[in-house]
Design a protein around this ligand. Structure first.
Ligand code: ATP
Length: 254
């Protein structure tokens, strides 16, 4: 059962114009606490741009961005992160030359630094090791904690990114194509992990994803983007039968 009373993330009449090109057009949607929303749409529809405006790496031309009911439209990425926003990127942002454990430790330290202004050298924070190893165990990577992140498979890198999210205690998580580059045999376990982590933490997740089977399986609601506009925002079952959505995909099955 979805809860809708507490919108964790809201965008209102959001528009983005870059060099005269309308990238986003009047996008309005609200995501409830603990909800998992998938953003789909043809290439160039504006999905990543929407995530960029929500995370603050791009500033909206007009409209509002709300996080936990606070207006962050003019706030930078750091303030948004302090309010609990975390994100992953289409291309991984892990430190590939550091170990799995060091990556999680850095994410934890970055969070502490944001809140307390503390600085510690990587490796000096022995007290934090327990929770860090718990996060690694949660995603099934404790056994490879001393391996370099760069030696992991795509699937395991995505799992490590989820561990970073756990370590940074993000309450709103933006995932940009979490299944990109992942072998089809690794998809089910990664899907299950995203669902479990979301359930355990009650995090709000907005996920751009091209694999429609993943979307159908994981999403509570689906936001369909087309030419920068929000075409539909509904349950997966309703979206696949929506004639306007089918037209946007030129009659191809979703
Ligand atoms: N910084 C920018 N400057 C100019 N144009 C941009 C910029 N960022 C995005 N665009 C354009 O905006 C449109 C939407 O891009 P965006 O990456 O958001 O789409 P997308 O739906 O995520 O696509 P894909 O599925 O291919 O990743 C594209 O036409 C893109 O070329």
């Amino acid at each position: 059962m979805l809860r809708t009373e507490s919108a964790a993330l809201g965008v209102e009449e959001l528009s983005l114009v870059i060099d005269g090109a309308q990238i986003l057009r009047d996008v309005t949607l609200g995501v409830a606490t603990g909800e998992l929303v998938a953003v789909i749409g043809p290439n160039g529809a504006g999905k990543t741009s929407l995530l960029n405006v929500v995370s603050g790496t791009l500033r909206a031309t007009s409209g509002r961005v709300m996080l936990h009911e606070q207006d962050v439209t003019s706030a930078g990425p750091a303030r948004r992160a302090r309010l609990g926003l975390g994100r992953t990127f289409q291309t991984s942002y892990l430190f590939l030359g550091l170990t799995v454990l060091e990556n999680v430790r850095l994410a934890r330290q970055a969070k502490e630094q944001r809140f307390r202004g503390l600085w510690r050298a990587p490796g000096s924070s022995a007290a934090a090791l327990g929770p860090i190893r718990e996060h690694l165990a949660r995603v099934g990577l404790d056994g490879v904690r001393h391996d370099l992140a760069g030696s992991l498979s795509h699937g395991d890198r995505r799992k490590l990114e989820l561990a970073l999210m756990l370590a940074s205690e993000s309450t709103i998580v933006l995932l940009d194509e979490p299944m990109a580059g992942v072998n089809s045999e690794d998809l089910p376990s990664l899907m299950e992990l995203i669902r479990d982590v979301q359930r355990d933490t009650d995090a709000t997740i907005v996920m751009v994803e091209h694999h429609i089977d993943v979307v159908m399986e994981l999403a509570h609601r689906v936001a369909v983007m087309h030419h920068g506009s929000l075409l539909a925002f509904d349950t997966p079952a309703n979206v696949v039968t929506n004639a306007t959505v089918r037209d946007a995909y030129l009659g191809e099955p979703l």
